[in-house]
Design a binder for this molecule. Structure first.
Ligand SMILES: Nc1ncnc2c1ncn2[C@@H]1O[C@H](COP(=O)(O)OP(=O)(O)OP(=O)(O)O)[C@@H](O)[C@H]1O
Length: 645
């Protein structure tokens, strides 16, 4: 049956509506503990509710004394919550960028939570009381805090501030740092990052902090009575009123307590409402369009072509030419990401210099898109024009994603949107770290076509482990090992004379190292590699890349590299005598892997190095190759290339 795009989308929608996350049950023990914990809180509240004289409740609630208590309580709570929220958000934002001393500041901010209320009141008295440290300043301005309403607010701010800081600080610490780093990288200003990315992300935490601060302020007692006293209509809040009423009429005290609990519950509900109504965003299955390579190229071209990227790292200078793509390859941990982060200005080091200052955009494997924004909004933060964003998305074939929330994008969709956003900044230098790894084969092919077409517009550095990227996109290769560029040169030269075994793997070649034993007039050379003599033909390179390989007249005892194709190797399970015209390498079988159902690759260990030999699957099975078997590998001498180090 044919499935049209419309059908596919419709079935995708139907699927999305049926999706539910599987919840994993916790052991019954924890259910029991949870119930005990809830009961521990609920039963005292229920017991209190049973003692409230509900028949007289409205009368008690409406007497002038109660209204007065409520006014003082609510105004102090509202004012102190506003002040604590402003101070708390500012402090938490500062803490989020503080490297040293952040733990000490956190300890200090959380201190009021651990201080006995009376001690907090005494501390405030010592600081801003009538004879406190700041008394001369307060007197100069004619301000009085102690035993006055501002003192109530000051006491409440002191005890509620930690609630806001704890909530906002922990939310800020959970923000993916790549989101803000990549936003800065594509040129989004710090106020826009704050207003459009950071604050919307932490909004639920701000509301939680605000609700907790308000509720805590409603119940504040000890600090207030110690610092501001209990003057009716001025500093006496509801908790103080309840405490005093307890001596006169327990029933009235219970009724006032019910009012206090009611307001506290209401404030927590109001603070939690946005989370209650915020539904988990979902995305319908989308059918993406086709890419218009030329249009996308036109829309993302830098205004001025940038200079070469010239960097000096640990005393070694490397040029990444403008208008070309350089693939940066190397084993895991060889320092590729670190070098790219240094070039993009995300890391600094005393041993690193970037000589020119092109407009660099780095796109890491993490798309770093703001989760709360739609795709359209995320890109418009860069373009500042929704019309241009729409053009970009259309050219990239991603219009269908325009209104989709970033948090609901699939990994491959997010990777493509992140590419569009990086390009929207019209970078002079584009650094891409495995940009196509998450993208499906046909979309990746389109992006490869685009990257190939746009290479002349800028300097492109591409960190990749993918041989297709290297073969299809790369003008030059930089090979990294142990934090250094150990070889740099045109792609075909680096691939034909792999400077490391890692590059040999990518190039699909076998590589062994050794020392030159002899060279005859025809260039026939004998190399001693792992105590074996290997015969080959010496190749003198006419344009050596800036690498470990160089053009010097070779002589006996010098280091050399032997290169040959796996397809030129014959594998023999029985020891061979001398074979005319061929060189023999003895090794042990290291592993056997299946390239396809009909073809296997046998990895043969030669000393500390490995070579690969493709063999017919049926042949290998008949011969039952084992990982410990000794084998002979023969290669036609004319197919063995020898290069001097
Ligand atoms: N020039 C350098 N100076 C100091 N430390 C470095 C340097 N280069 C790399 N490192 C350290 O080596 C580690 C690995 O580096 P990095 O993440 O850059 O490797 P990579 O090649 O990108 O690895 P992968 O392919 O796994 O992503 C990091 O902890 C990094 O801090």
């Amino acid at each position: 049956m044919n499935s049209s795009p419309a059908n596919t989308a419709a079935s995708g929608t139907a699927m999305a509506s049926q999706l539910k996350t599987v919840t994993h049950k916790v052991p019954v023990l924890f259910v029991a503990i949870g119930i005990i914990a809830i009961a521990y809180i609920a039963f005292p509240v229920i017991a209190l509710a049973l003692r409230v004289p509900w028949g007289d409740f409205s009368e008690i609630a409406s007497v002038p004394e109660t209204i007065e208590l409520l006014k003082t309580t609510l105004s102090a709570a509202a004012l102190s919550t506003i002040i604590a929220t402003v101070l708390g958000i500012g402090l938490a934002l500062w803490l989020s960028q503080l490297r040293r001393g952040a733990s000490a500041v956190r300890l200090l901010v959380y201190l009021p939570l651990a201080m006995p209320p009376v001690v907090s009141g005494l501390a405030l008295t010592a600081f801003v009381g009538r004879r406190g440290l700041l008394a001369p300043v307060l007197d100069f301005f004619g301000w009085q805090l102690a035993f006055a309403f501002p003192g109530v607010v000051a006491a409440h701010v002191f005890v509620t501030l930690p609630f806001v800081v704890v909530a906002v600080d922990s939310a800020l610490r959970q923000i993916d740092s790549e989101i803000t780093a990549s936003a800065r990288g594509v040129g989004i200003g710090q106020w826009m990052i704050l207003g459009r990315i950071t604050l919307p992300t932490i909004a639920p935490a701000i509301l939680t902090g605000l609700g907790l601060a308000f509720a805590r302020s409603l119940g504040e007692f000890g600090t207030t009575v110690t610092f501001a006293g209990s003057m009716p209509g001025v500093t006496r809040t509801l908790p103080l009123g309840i405490y005093l009423e307890r001596e006169i009429s327990a029933e009235n005290a219970y009724a006032l307590s019910a009012i206090l609990i009611g307001i506290a519950v209401l404030s927590l509900i109001v603070a939690g409402l946005p989370m209650l109504f915020s539904r988990q965003a979902t995305q319908k299955a989308q059918v993406l369009g086709f890419m218009d390579v030329e249009k996308l190229r036109e829309l993302t071209k830098p205004d001025v072509t940038g200079p070469d990227i010239k960097v000096t790292s640990n005393g070694q200078t490397t040029h990444f030419p403008s208008g070309e793509t350089t693939t940066v390859i190397g084993m895991n941990g060889s320092g590729k990401t670190t070098l790219m982060s240094l070039i993009a200005g995300r890391l600094t080091s005393a041993n690193f210099t970037l000589h020119d200052n092109p407009k660099v955009v780095l796109l890491t494997q993490n798309p770093g898109l703001p989760k709360n924004a739609s795709v359209n909004q995320a890109i418009t933060m860069v373009t500042r024009s929704s019309a241009r964003t729409a053009e970009l998305l259309a050219a990239a074939g991603l219009s269908a994603l325009s209104d989709v929330r970033v948090s609901t994008l699939s990994g491959g969709q997010a990777a493509q949107v992140a590419l569009v956003r990086a390009l929207a900044a019209r970078p002079q230098a584009l650094i891409l770290d495995e940009p196509l790894a998450a993208i499906d084969v046909s979309s990746a092919a389109r992006w490869r076509r685009f990257l190939h077409a746009t290479a002349t517009d800028r300097t492109t550095l591409l960190v990749t482990h993918n041989a297709l990227d290297v073969a299809g996109l790369s003008h030059n290769i930089a090979v990294m090992e142990a934090g250094r560029v150990v070889a740099f040169g045109p792609t075909n030269e680096i691939l034909s004379v792999p400077p490391t075994s890692f590059v040999a793997d990518i190039a699909g070649l076998n590589r062994l190292t050794g020392t030159i034993q002899s060279i005859d007039a025809d260039g026939q050379t004998v190399i001693n590699s792992h105590n074996q003599d290997i015969h080959g033909v010496l190749e003198i390179r006419t344009s050596p890349p800036e690498s470990v390989l160089s053009e010097v007249s070779p002589s006996k005892g010098e280091k050399a590299t032997v290169v040959f194709s796996p397809y030129d190797v014959q594998l023999h399970l029985e020891p061979l005598g001398k074979t005319p015209g061929a060189t023999t390498i003895r090794g042990t079988v290291h592993s056997v892997t299946a390239d396809s159902l009909s073809q296997l690759s046998v990895s043969v260990r030669v000393g500390s190095e490995l070579i690969t030999v493709p063999v017919d699957a049926s042949h290998a099975l008949n011969a039952s190759i084992n990982s410990v078997d000794e084998v002979d590998c023969t290669i036609d001498i004319s197919k063995v290339r020898v290069y001097q180090h």
